[in-house]
Design a protein around this ligand. Structure first.
Ligand SMILES: [Zn+2]
Length: 158
């Protein structure tokens, strides 16, 4: 049996590709979202092939925050924001400007993770949801080796 990592989307669903027939199936894995360790689930494709899937729940742990930072959308100037929650894969923030943000926009975000403002997260993110002044965005890249991601992991994971 093969083991494969999956990525949970914001809607608690994961696209799983059968390693045998390559067909894609979308599973609801909201059960796995809130906990803080990884778990393995069994996936049986309609072709009869069974595979084990490692669901990385830690990634989706969200920490409530109230951090002041900035974001840049397109060619606009830096805009102030408040980060309301943070996970290894993204953030939710409250914007304090009138600049229109729409789903699919790419942003650059920068915010400190400590009071002394010595550790900064600097990342690109793509907007996934907009609800009044609250913006949900997913980081474009996650790299466990990068200083930003390491800082987020240290900050977010209890
Ligand atoms: Zn299959």
């Amino acid at each position: 049996m093969t083991e494969k990592k999956v990525f949970i989307n914001d809607d608690n669903k994961a696209d799983i590709i059968c390693p045998d027939c390559r067909s894609v199936k979308t599973l609801d894995i909201s059960l796995y979202k809130e906990s803080s360790t990884a778990s393995i689930m069994k996936f049986e494709c309609s072709c009869g092939h069974t595979s084990m899937i490692l669901v990385e729940r830690r990634k989706f742990y969200r920490k409530g925050t109230n951090i002041s930072g900035i974001y840049i959308s397109g060619v606009e100037e830096e805009q102030p924001m408040t980060v309301k929650d943070l996970s290894l894969i993204g953030l939710k923030f409250k914007t304090e400007s009138d600049i229109k943000i729409t789903v699919g926009d790419k942003l650059f975000v920068k915010f400190p993770l400590d009071d002394e403002e010595t550790v900064f997260v600097r990342k690109e993110a793509v907007v996934k949801s907009v609800s009044d002044e609250f913006i949900g965005a997913e980081f474009c890249t996650t790299d466990p080796e990068s200083p930003s991601d390491e800082a987020i992991r240290f900050y977010v994971i209890p």
